[in-house]
Design a protein around this ligand. Sequence first.
Ligand SMILES: [Zn+2]
Length: 261
Amino acid sequence: MPDAVGLLADYGEVYPEVPAEAWEPYRELYPELFSGPSWRLPCSCFLVRSEGITILVDTGVGPPGLWDWTAEDEGRLPGALDDLEVRPDDIDIVFLTHLHIDHLGWNADLEGVAFFPRARYVVHGDALAFAQTRPKLPHIRRCVEPLVDRFETITGDIELSPGVTAFSAPGHYPGHMALRLASDGQDAVLLADIAVHPAMLDEPDLRYVSDLDQAACAETRRAVLPELVDRDVIVACGHYPGTGIGRVVTRDGRVVWEEAR
Ligand SMILES: [Zn+2]
């Protein structure tokens, strides 16, 4: 479900080691992710239902106007849930893959009150501990601090509900987690921010400035890729074009993410 889209930064700023021309093949493959020299970043969340349990994976950028980026559109998650006839109090679990500004925005309303009143808010303990070392950041102050007593912290891989397993995916943020889903013989992987740009599936060693531990990120991408490429596995990422739900295939010698139609 979409929450926001906007211009994050110039590619040269956030991938300083990558020359501009190296982006050209990806500009052709993923035109929605480019606006001139800038990275046009969609921020979507995923709703997972399993055996009567409704799980929201990440909560987006949040109410409009809070994040200092060049937003095109923000604040869509509540409407997107409404379109699915899901009310905030229908959410049983909010699973937070990590606590960057674009993944926690609807944790709380503008007053710091939990937006999903019944939900268990589940997050890795290392992510919470790291966020708490940054209490002055506005998104931590509004979306983490008021909910500290509500968070349920985990220490590693965990089955959230039947067929929905969170797994450690180190590198992008302390305690960063991704998810594997299995339903009726179909497997899926929700990448979280294992590869924030799909070019990083093709070139797992690309260094992105917001990957806190870039070596661990590259290792995590290399470890997960064999599970994704040319397999009957749905691969989803909230920062990819369209719905963010697709597959990873080899095409013309490149590893390419294609939206499922
Ligand atoms: Zn992100």
